[in-house]
Design a protein around this ligand. Structure first.
Ligand code: URP
Ligand code: ZN
Ligand code: ZN
Length: 464
């Protein structure tokens, strides 16, 4: 299955790459292939797809006085289990720090640890003369996209003046601007008012982060990008009104793109409200879960069908309950933001095929092919074709996956809970190859830390 169609085929892997895609039972130079290869993986009745590309992860991200609980080792192992064979993680620069130091620190964390291939975006958490100058060196490092935050004042943040300066620089360099589009200063006012009134439960995280503040920030980002001729990619879109802004911009010829995440398709603010005690903390993420009654989830699925949203990433940013999420027991503002899903994205999105929300081809496009094209990896990743890396997943539509931390459930992330506990998927990741090496099959996990390589990325294919 590719982004454009499906056909019965034999896939011939030679070393780390795809050598050929052949009609079933083909001979090559007169040889019966099956008799002359080291290993035959029988995929009869199953789908063979390019390995998943998760373009939004945060392994070991320092946040809220703690750090995301998956290391590059545990996080990429979990990714492999779930059929994701490439991650693009975010190197971090904060205000006052040097961008290239942040990038070097991320290389140190990841080198020799990854089970699958990895690449980096750069968070520019503080825009100033030094960080703008340093952006000039990113493309040569294979980092062709960077992220700004309109949220999180005092942590990672860019005001309008800083956004304009960064976008001008990015437009000159061919860097893709990724935007966390929420109005952080306004959110902080609402959050403080809620806490003053004793509204400290996890649910109020989502109340403070109102959809109006995502819509407003998305519109502002679009207009600043238009002004500066900077292509724009809005991350973790959850509000239908933000999607409408993106759709309007695209209809008017602006070069803007949006991703959503499985949590904004399946989970809701109402469920968070109904969770007992502090349980709702497992769903504290930003942007927040939205109200099902307001129709945000249905709108996200629709936007994936109509291409108003182009990709699904996880924003994998895991924190344990114990010692991490619990930091916000008496004040939701202190709950570290993030959900862990790197292992489940391919399954959760396949469930959208089962329920008729998206087609099989769109599943591949949203989870592998477009991420590869958007972030300068296409050709090596995102496609099964001669010369591409042999990142291949055999997916069994007759299989079943029970997600969660309990016995018999699938969970290899370094978390003491799952935001997806109890989710059942009619499908199963059967076999996973990373650059020609079988890392997962029915005998279990065969990957190793250090197999995964750093990928220097080309410029986005979506720049015009
Ligand atoms: O809740 C989230 N999304 N945590 C990770 C940081 C970010 O904003 O992407
Ligand atoms: Zn963000
Ligand atoms: Zn993120």
């Amino acid at each position: 299955v590719s982004a454009t169609g499906r056909t019965p085929a034999d896939v011939l892997v030679d070393g780390e790459t795809i050598a050929a895609v052949l009609a079933p039972g083909s001979t090559l130079l007169g040889f019966d292939l099956a008799a002359h290869v080291d290993r035959v993986i029988d995929a009869t009745g199953k789908y063979v797809i390019p390995g998943g590309v998760d373009a939004h992860t945060h392994m070991e991200l320092p946040f809220g006085g703690t750090a995301a609980s998956d290391t590059f080792e545990t996080g990429t192992r979990a990714a492999a289990w779930g059929g994701t064979t490439t991650i693009v993680d975010f190197a971090v620069q904060r205000a006052g720090e040097r961008v290239m130091d942040g990038l070097a620190a991320w290389h140190d964390k990841a080198a020799g640890q990854c089970a699958v291939d990895y690449a980096f975006h750069q968070i520019v958490g503080g825009v100033d003369d030094d960080s703008l100058k340093a952006m000039e060196g990113l493309v040569a490092e294979g980092v062709t996209s960077y992220k700004l935050f309109m949220a999180y004042p005092g942590v990672f943040y860019a005001d309008d003046a800083q956004i304009v300066r960064a976008m001008q620089k990015a437009a000159d360099l061919g860097l893709l601007t990724m935007m966390h589009a929420e109005n952080g200063p306004a959110i902080d006012v609402l959050a403080a008012q809620l806490v003053e009134r004793g509204k400290t439960d996890p649910y109020f995280h989502g109340i403070a982060r109102a959809w109006q503040l995502e819509e407003e920030a998305t519109h502002r980002a679009i207009m600043l990008a238009d002004l500066t001729n900077a292509p724009l990619y809005v991350v973790h879109v959850s509000a239908k009104q933000a999607v409408q802004q993106l759709a309007w911009a695209r209809d008017n010829g602006k070069n803007v793109f949006g991703e959503t995440c499985p949590q904004y398709l399946y989970l809701s603010l109402e469920e968070q409200l109904g969770a007992p005690g502090f349980e709702g903390a497992k769903w504290v993420c930003s942007t927040p879960l939205r109200s099902r009654a307001e129709g945000h989830q249905d709108h996200m699925w629709q936007a994936l069908r109509t291409n108003d949203l182009q990709m699904v990433s996880t924003d994998h940013c895991p924190f344990c309950m114990k010692g991490q999420k619990e930091l916000g027991l008496s004040d939701f503002r202190a709950i570290p933001n993030g959900i862990g899903s790197v292992e489940h994205r391919m399954d959760l999105m396949y469930q959208g095929v089962v329920t008729g929300e998206i087609t099989l081809e769109r599943w591949v496009e949203l989870t592998s092919t477009t991420p590869a094209r958007m972030f300068g990896l296409y050709g090596r990743k995102g496609v099964i074709a001669p010369g591409a890396d042999a990142d291949v997943v055999v997916y069994d539509p007759a299989g079943h996956t029970s997600i969660g931390v309990g016995e018999g459930r699938t969970h290899h992330m370094n978390m003491d809970h799952s935001a997806w506990e109890g989710f059942e998927v009619d499908g199963h990741v059967d076999v996973v190859l990373s650059r020609g090496t079988v890392v997962v099959d029915d005998a279990g996990y065969h990957g190793r830390a250090g197999h995964g390589r750093y990928l220097k990325r080309d410029l986005s294919q979506y720049l015009v």
